[in-house]
Design a protein around this ligand. Structure first.
Ligand code: DGL
Length: 267
């Protein structure tokens, strides 16, 4: 039993997909979530900048005395795995668990991966998935239009702008006949309904955030680190009002705490 909170961070709203999944698995955990909304999107940043940002985000959460940290961000996870692994507080990213799950997709047809530009450029998803399923074609695409739309509240499956963006970005996936699509950016789980509606029910969606939350829950259980009061605390480097407006809609939780503003970190 360990009542310290769990720390989860992302560039903005995306990591809330992991928060939601973790709360389903371990509802009693206290979670401190940091949304670095002042610096979103991470996906357009260079690997060198992402390394400095990752260190700052980990340090910020660790200053709150967390027992474990989830980098609920595919961009940080794919560009700074060594920093996350070596961090003195137990920390994990979102890549390994989802790649292992995706590799179990039945059949022999193509597999799709969508993530941010920085994640796709790093080649990590393609390499790791390719080594587990060397005989399957992997179609990997960056989807830079999605994060700004999600951050500005275009998240409903009936939102016309979102539907157009999904169609434009994912047509090559449809044309390529993918059997499953790995959502390698945690933001994309927020629009999974729109993605699922476009691709149809024969294509399964495999979420990096959900897999990572399951991995974190197993880690906490196996190491007797579970326990807490089920409280949520939000920190953001951006506007607390803008964060709440979309976050409350996505989390659908009655007790939505007022986000606390933290200073924007200089890099
Ligand atoms: N949600 C993040 C990811 O999983 C970052 C998106 C962004 O800020 O570009 O990659």
């Amino acid at each position: 039993m360990d009542k310290r909170p769990v720390g989860i961070f992302d560039s903005g709203l995306g990591g809330l997909t992991a928060v939601k999944a973790l709360r389903k698995l371990l509802p009693d955990e206290d979670i401190i979530y940091f949304a670095d909304s002042a610096r979103v999107p991470y996906g357009a940043k260079s690997p060198a900048l992402l390394r400095r940002i990752a260190k700052q985000d980990l340090d910020l959460l660790s200053s709150f005395g967390v027992k474990a940290i989830l980098a609920a961000c595919g961009t940080v996870s794919s560009n700074t795995a060594d920093i996350i692994e070596a961090y003195p507080v137990p920390a994990m990213g979102v890549i390994n668990s989802v790649v292992n799950l995706m590799a179990k997709t039945p059949g022999s047809g193509p597999l799709g991966v969508i993530a941010t530009e920085a994640s796709i450029k790093s080649g990590v998803y393609q390499r790791e998935l390719g080594s587990l399923c060397p005989r399957r074609e992997i179609i990997a695409l960056p989807c830079p239009a999605f994060v700004p739309l999600i951050e500005s509240g275009h998240i409903g499956p009936d939102d016309a702008e979102l539907r157009n963006a999904v169609r434009a970005a994912l047509q090559p996936m449809k044309d390529g006949g993918i059997q499953a699509l790995l959502l390698g950016c945690t933001h994309f789980g927020i629009i999974s309904e729109a993605i699922g509606q476009y691709l149809g029910e024969d294509v399964s969606l495999v979420s990096a955030a959900d897999s990572a939350a399951a991995e974190l829950a197993s880690f906490l259980k196996e190491n007797s680190l579970t326990g807490g009061g089920g409280r949520l605390r939000f920190l953001t480097s951006g506007s607390p009002e803008e964060f709440s407006a979309v976050a409350a809609k996505f989390l659908c939780t009655a007790e939505f705490p007022v986000p606390e503003q933290v200073p924007v970190m200089e890099v």
